[in-house]
Ligand binder design. Structure first.
Ligand code: SF4
Length: 308
C-alpha cells in the first residue's frame, strides 16, 4: 500500500501561537492557568496542556478572582473581555490574528452603518465571538444558500458580509455568489475571510483525492477545518474518515485499498500523523509513505507582548 501525505497539513500559525501562549503563561505565572474553552479544537493538545497545569473552563464564572485566564484561538465576544476586566482577571488573548482581522472588519462595517451578514456555522465558538463584537441582533448569520434566499435586510444598498475563517472554500464561494446575486451592492472580500491554512489544506486534499482510494483526516470531531477536509474527500466519492489518532483505525477501511491519503487539521499535532503512518506501515508490511507537496507555508504570528 502507498501512503500519500498531503502537504501542507497540521498546525497553522494561529494554533502554534495559541499553544505557545498557554505554555508561556504556565511558565511565567505558574499553575493553575485557566483557559476559556479548548485553546484549539484537538483532544491531544488539550490533554497535554491539562497535564502541564492548564484548567479548561467554558465560563468565566469558573475562574477564581485574580487568576490568569486565556481566551482561545477562536476569539471571544466583547462581553467576555469586559467581564474579565470588571473582575480584574489577568486575561491573555490567544485569539488568532486572522480571526481578529474579522472582528476589526465587523467593527468597521458597523461604523460605516452597514448591516453585516456573517457566513458561518451557528454555535461554533468563532462565530459566537464574531457575532459578539456587536450588540445582539446586529450581525445576521447565514450558513447556506437557502439561508441567503430567506434573508431579510433593512437596506440592500448598505450591506456587507464577512465569513468564519475555517469554512469549505466551495460552499463559501456558492454562498457569496448567492449573496451577490440577491444584493448586487453588498461589500465583502471576494473569497471571504477563509484563512490561508484552511484554503491551503483544502487545496492539498483536493490534489490528493485524484490519486487515492481512501482518505484519513487526523483531527477532532469539533474541529471545523478538519471536518471540512473529510467532507471534501467524501464530496469526491472517496471513503473519508476523521480520526483522533491511530487508535481509531479500522481494518475494514483498507480492504482493496492501494493508496491511502492522509491529511490533518490545523489543530492536529504532527506526532499524531506520524503515529498513524507508523501504525499503517506496521499493519501493512511493504507499504511506503511520501509527501505530496503542494506548497510551503511560512507564516508566523507574534506573541502578545507580555509573553514574548
Ligand atoms: S485555522 Fe486559520 S484562523 Fe484558525 S487559528 Fe489557524 S490560521 Fe488562525
Amino acid at each position: 500500500m502507498e501512503i500519500l501525505l498531503a502537504q501542507p497539513r497540521g498546525f497553522c500559525a494561529g494554533v502554534e501561537r495559541a499553544i505557545t501562549i498557554v505554555e508561556r503563561a504556565l511558565a511565567r505565572y505558574g499553575t493553575p492557568v485557566y483557559v476559556r474553552h479548548e485553546i484549539v479544537h484537538n483532544k491531544t493538545v488539550v490533554a497535554n496542556l491539562k497535564a502541564k497545569g492548564a484548567r479548561f473552563v467554558e465560563d468565566l464564572e469558573e475562574v477564581p478572582d485574580g487568576c490568569v485566564v486565556i481566551f482561545s484561538a477562536h476569539g471571544v465576544p466583547r462581553a467576555v473581555v469586559e467581564e474579565a476586566g470588571r473582575r480584574s482577571l489577568r486575561s491573555v488573548d490567544a485569539t488568532c490574528p486572522l480571526v481578529k482581522k474579522v472582528h476589526t472588519a465587523v467593527a468597521r462595517h458597523e461604523r460605516q452603518q452597514e448591516e453585516i451578514i456573517l457566513i458561518g456555522h451557528r454555535g461554533h465558538p468563532e462565530v459566537v465571538g464574531t457575532m459578539g463584537q456587536l450588540p445582539e441582533g446586529r450581525v445576521k448569520l447565514v450558513g447556506s444558500v437557502a439561508d441567503v434566499a430567506a434573508l431579510q435586510v433593512a437596506d440592500p444598498a448598505r450591506l456587507a458580509y464577512t465569513t468564519q475563517t475555517t469554512l469549505s472554500v466551495q460552499e463559501t464561494r456558492d454562498i457569496i455568489e448567492a449573496l451577490r446575486g440577491r444584493f448586487p451592492e453588498i461589500r465583502g472580500p471576494s473569497q471571504g475571510d477563509l484563512c490561508y491554512a484552511t484554503t491551503n489544506r483544502q487545496q492539498a486534499v483536493l490534489e490528493l483525492t485524484a490519486q487515492i482510494d481512501l482518505l484519513l483526516v487526523i483531527g477532532s470531531a469539533n474541529s471545523s477545518n478538519s471536518s471540512r477536509l473529510r467532507e471534501l474527500g467524501a464530496s469526491k466519492s472517496i471513503p473519508s474518515h476523521l480520526i483522533d489518532s491511530h487508535l481509531d483505525l479500522r481494518d475494514e477501511w483498507f480492504r482493496g485499498v492501494d493508496r491511502v491519503g492522509i491529511s490533518s487539521g490545523a489543530s492536529a499535532p504532527e506526532s499524531l500523523v506520524l503515529e498513524v503512518v507508523g501504525a499503517l506501515l506496521a499493519k501493512f508490511p511493504g507499504s511506503t509513505s511520501r509527501n505530496l507537496r503542494l506548497l510551503e507555508e511560512n507564516v508566523h504570528f507574534p506573541l502578545p507582548p507580555e509573553l514574548s
